[in-house]
Design a protein around this ligand. Structure first.
Ligand code: ADP
Length: 459
C-alpha cells in the first residue's frame, strides 16, 4: 500500500474490525462468566413454574398447554419413562440430549444444560439450537413421570430492538468509513499539492504559489515552504545576476587587453602610443587582479561560518597606518585631512577590519575632487567604538545610496566609472562589519560629500 490515502483507509477499516473483535471477545467473556449462569437460572425458574403448574392442575389438556408455551417463545421436549417423546415449538437443530440425562431428570434431578453446555468460545453458544442446550425438570401428570426440557426460541429472541441495534451498528460503520474516506482525502490533498510544489522547486521553478489556506500544521508547513521557495527564488536570481556581473566585469578588461595587445603588434607605432597602450594593458590587468582578490575575499566571508580570527589590537594605530598607505594620493590630489582618533584597544579581526578602513578611505579619496577634504574620527563609547570617514566629495543621490552595498554596484556617474572600481568594496565592508556584529550607516548629499559611520560593539 503505497499511498497515504490507501493507508488511512486500510488502517481505519482495520481499527473498526479489531475494535469489533475486541468488543465481541469482551462481551463473550462476560457471557461465560456472568450471563450463562443467570440465563440458565432464569429458564430453570420458568421450567419449574411450568412443571408446578402442570402438577397443581390435574385433569387439564397437557398437550394444549405445552403448545401454548411453545407459542409464547419456548421450545419444549417432553419424555416419559417409556421413552415416548414429544417436541413443541420450532425443531432443535440437533437432538443431542443423552438418554442418561433424561433418566436422571426422570429420577427427580434437574438438568442445567444451558449453564454446563461444553463452553463454546463464543457467545454464540447462547444461541446454539441443540436439545442439550436446555434446562430440564421432572413433573408428574396423571400419575406418570415426565422429563421436561426447555429453552427459549431463538427467533423469538430477536426482537425489533435487536434489529434496530444491529441496523444502528451497520449504519454507524458505513458512515464512519465514508466520512473517513472524505476526511482522508481532505487531509491528503494539500500534501499532494506540496509534493508537486517540491518537485517544481527540484526543477528550479521558484515562481508558483501554493493554494493551501488552512491554519493547521499542514498550513504552517505550506507557509514555511512558500517562504523557503521565495527565498530560494531570490537567491537563485542573485546568483544568476552575480554570475552575469562577474562575467561582464571580467569580460570588459579582457577585451581591452586583447584589443590593445593586438594594436601593440603594429610595428609602425610611435614609442609614446606604444607606452600608452601598454599602460592600458597594465591597468586592466591590475583591475582584473584586484577583482579576483576581492571576489576571493567575499567568497571566504560568505562561506565560512566564523571566518574571523579575533585578537586585541590598537584600532587608532590601524587607522593611522591605513592613512599613511594612501598619503601619496592625498598629496597628489592636494587634499586636506583631519583626524581625531581616540586611543582604542579593540577585540576583532585586524586583517579583515584593515580592509574596511582601506575601502572607506580609498573611496573617500577616489570620489572627492582635488583640493577637497577628508575627515576621519574614532571615538569610544561604553559599549561600542565608532569610526567615521567623511569627505567633501561628489556625494550620491538617493538611488545610489540605496544600492551601494549591492555587489558590483557602481553609481552611474562618469567620475565613478573613471575610477575603475569593482563595485565590490562596500559589499566586503558591510560583510566584515556584520560579522563583527556592528552596523554601517551612510549619509550623503549629491555634490556635497559623504560620511560613512561604522559602529562596532565591544566584547
Ligand atoms: P568601487 O570599487 O566602485 O568603489 P564600492 O563598493 O567601494 O565599489 O562602492 C560602490 C559605489 O558607491 C561606488 O562605485 C560609488 O559610486 C559609490 N561610493 C562609494 N563611496 C563613495 C563616496 N565616498 N562618495 C561618493 N560615492 C561613493
Amino acid at each position: 500500500m503505497k499511498s497515504l490515502y490507501g493507508k488511512i483507509i486500510v488502517i481505519t477499516a482495520a481499527i473498526m474490525v479489531i475494535s469489533g473483535l475486541v468488543a465481541f471477545l469482551t462481551v463473550n467473556t462476560y457471557y461465560h462468566q456472568q450471563l450463562k449462569g443467570q440465563n440458565d437460572e432464569k429458564n430453570m425458574t420458568i421450567a419449574r413454574s411450568v412443571a408446578s403448574f402442570i402438577e397443581s392442575n390435574e385433569g387439564f389438556d397437557l398437550i394444549a398447554y405445552l403448545q401454548t408455551q411453545s407459542a409464547v417463545g419456548y421450545k419444549l421436549y417432553v419424555v416419559n419413562e417409556q421413552g415416548e417423546e414429544a417436541f413443541y415449538g420450532e425443531p432443535f437443530r440437533e437432538k443431542n440430549l443423552s438418554w442418561k440425562v433424561v433418566e436422571q431428570v426422570l429420577n427427580g434431578e434437574v438438568y442445567h444444560g444451558m449453564r454446563d453446555l461444553p463452553s463454546e468460545t463464543f457467545v454464540t453458544g447462547f444461541f446454539s439450537n441443540e436439545s442439550a442446550n436446555t434446562v430440564g425438570v421432572p413433573f408428574t401428570y396423571e400419575g406418570e413421570t415426565y422429563a421436561l426440557f426447555l429453552r427459549p426460541d431463538i427467533k423469538m429472541l430477536f426482537t425489533e430492538v435487536h434489529y434496530i441495534l444491529g441496523g444502528m451498528v451497520l449504519v454507524m460503520a458505513v458512515i464512519s468509513l465514508l466520512s473517513m474516506l472524505m476526511v482522508a482525502k481532505k487531509l491528503i490533498d494539500p500534501i499532494t499539492k506540496l509534493t508537486l510544489a517540491t518537485q517544481k522547486v527540484g526543477e528550479e521553478q521558484f515562481s508558483g504559489t501554493l493554494d493551501i489556506n488552512s491554519k493547521d500544521e499542514i498550513g504552517q508547513l505550506a507557509n514555511s515552504f512558500q517562504r523557503m521557495t521565495e527565498k530560494l527564488g531570490e537567491n537563485d536570481r542573485i546568483r544568476k545576476e552575480f554570475i552575469s556581473d562577474v562575467s561582464h566585469d571580467f569580460q570588459s578588461p579582457l577585451l581591452n587587453i586583447k584589443g590593445y595587445a593586438e594594436l601593440l603588434l603594429d610595428e609602425e607605432l610611435s614609442e609614446e602610443t606604444r607606452k600608452g597602450y601598454a599602460n592600458v594593458i597594465q591597468s586592466e590587468t591590475e583591475r582584473l587582479s584586484s577583482l579576483t582578490k576581492q571576489l576571493l575575499l567575499l567568497t571566504s566571508l560568505d562561506q565560512l561560518s566564523s571566518p574571523l580570527v579575533k585578537k586585541t589590537f590598537n584600532l587608532g594605530e590601524q587607522l593611522k597606518e591605513t592613512i599613511r598607505k594612501y598619503r601619496w594620493l592625498l598629496e597628489e590630489k592636494e587634499m586636506s585631512l583631519s583626524m581625531d582618533l581616540d586611543e582604542v584597544h579593540f577585540v576583532g579581526d585586524p586583517a579583515f577590519l584593515e580592509k574596511v578602513w582601506e575601502n572607506l578611505v580609498l573611496n573617500a579619496l577616489k570620489y572627492t575632487e582635488a583640493g577637497g577634504s577628508i575627515d576621519i574620527e574614532l571615538t569610544e563609547q561604553a559599549h561600542q567604538v565608532t569610526v567615521r570617514v567623511g569627505d567633501s566629495g561628489i556625494g550620491m543621490d538617493e538611488i545610489a545610496l540605496g544600492r551601494i552595498f549591492d555587489r558590483f554596484y557602481r553609481a552611474d556617474d562618469s567620475r565613478t566609472q573613471e575610477t575603475g572600481g569593482t563595485g565590490l568594496g562596500l559589499s566586503i565592508v558591510q560583510q566584515v562589519v556584520k560579522l563583527h556584529g556592528g552596523t554601517i550607516d551612510v549619509a550623503s548629499q549629491k555634490g556635497e560629500g559623504t560620511t560613512f559611520t561604522v559602529a562596532l560593539p565591544k566584547l
